[in-house]
Write a protein that binds this ligand. Structure first.
Ligand SMILES: [Zn+2]
Length: 344
């Protein structure tokens, strides 16, 4: 019987990998814990058995094993920005996407996300699932945004009664990776929504999406940061565009850079989309400040790394002539139909 229990747990481990959403998870749960399942057979066997205590322990082993796998998967799905698993072929390559027109099309923000995933998969970055309901510690404190820091006021957000908040930037994932990574060398990225107490107009929204890039290692430097971000921009815009690094200030990086990309519409020749400057600001980046390493419990003298944050909507608005950020969220079929050419 014990062998059978272990086999069932192994079966679930294999099956759970293919689960893409909460509905499928519910069906799997029923399969393993319902009245018609092996679980019920196990429970019934105790009634007639002599070794009741032993069988009781087996039932406990079974339910604990099954529930732990199910709960982990549930958490993973709930924390994921996408309702589709990253193992889904949809996310593997843009070229493989082949959805019938009748079934709908891929949202422009998802198209950008797929490209970002393709790029970082090639460079062997780990994909970190976004935590959106965050502790102040990761969203602010570790990132040198203490309670009195003026920048904190600019990132006003939605607070919950238990002290948690809706994250104001995706850099909370860099803070988490820094605290939790045991390796001296570690690189990861994440994509997901962030929230601000902001106006809702053509260029602002209370919710938008960010890409967070985290690269930690003793030999990391600004050259590495620049190479990665330059290559990412070329990959996303599918053009050889120049970049411009302007010194800036972020409380968690030193030095810090705002990065402009040559306007992909006029190739730097100045047009309406780039406000006749030839450049568009797309991201913020920099080397982690020693204060951040210290806050994360690392030795600042032995640590080096960089981070970057990119707005997904900003990239999409550069790739296609989209002028109103609200178009991404209104679910207007006429707007979405513009992207049907991106299906294949
Ligand atoms: Zn332009």
């Amino acid at each position: 019987m014990l062998n059978e229990i272990n086999q069932k747990i192994e079966d679930l481990k294999n099956e759970i990998q293919k689960v893409n959403d909460l509905e499928e998870l519910k069906q799997i749960k029923a399969k393993y814990l319902s009245k018609s399942s092996f679980y019920n057979k196990l429970k019934n066997s105790i009634k007639i058995a002599e070794n009741k205590k032993e069988i009781g322990q087996w039932i406990q082993t079974y339910t604990l094993g099954i529930n732990s796998i199910l709960n982990n998967k549930k958490e993973e799905l709930e924390n994921s920005f996408f309702l589709v698993s990253r193992d889904n072929p949809l996310f593997k390559s843009k070229k493989r996407i082949n959805i019938e027109k009748k079934k709908g099309i891929i949202h422009p923000l998802t198209l950008v996300s797929i490209q970002v995933m393709e790029f970082f998969d090639k460079l062997n970055y780990h994909y970190a699932h976004s935590i959106e309901l965050e502790e102040e510690k990761y969203n602010f404190d570790i990132l040198n945004l203490g309670v009195d820091h003026p920048a904190r006021e600019m990132q006003d957000t939605f607070y919950l009664s238990d002290g948690k908040l809706l994250r104001t930037h995706a850099t909370n994932m860099s803070a988490r990776e820094l605290v939790n990574s045991k390796d001296d060398k570690y690189r990861s990225y994440s994509i997901g929504p962030v929230f601000r107490n902001d106006d809702n107009d053509a260029t602002h929204s209370f919710q938008f999406s960010q890409i967070d890039i985290f690269n930690n290692g003793n030999n990391m430097n600004v050259s590495n940061l620049k190479w990665t971000l330059n290559e990412l921009m070329k990959f996303i815009f599918e053009k050889n565009l120049d970049t411009r690094y302007r010194p800036s200030y972020f409380p968690f990086t030193e030095p810090s850079y705002e990065v402009d990309v040559q306007c992909p519409h006029c190739q730097g020749n100045k047009c309406r989309i780039c406000s006749h400057t030839g450049w568009i600001e797309v991201l913020g980046s920099g080397m982690f400040s020693p204060i951040v390493f210290k806050n994360a419990g690392k030795n600042p003298d032995q640590s080096q790394g960089w981070a970057a944050g990119i707005g997904v909507e900003r990239i999409a608005m550069m790739k296609w002539p989209i002028t109103d950020i609200r178009d991404f969220y209104n679910n207007d079929i006429n707007f979405l139909r513009n992207f049907k050419g991106e299906e294949n």
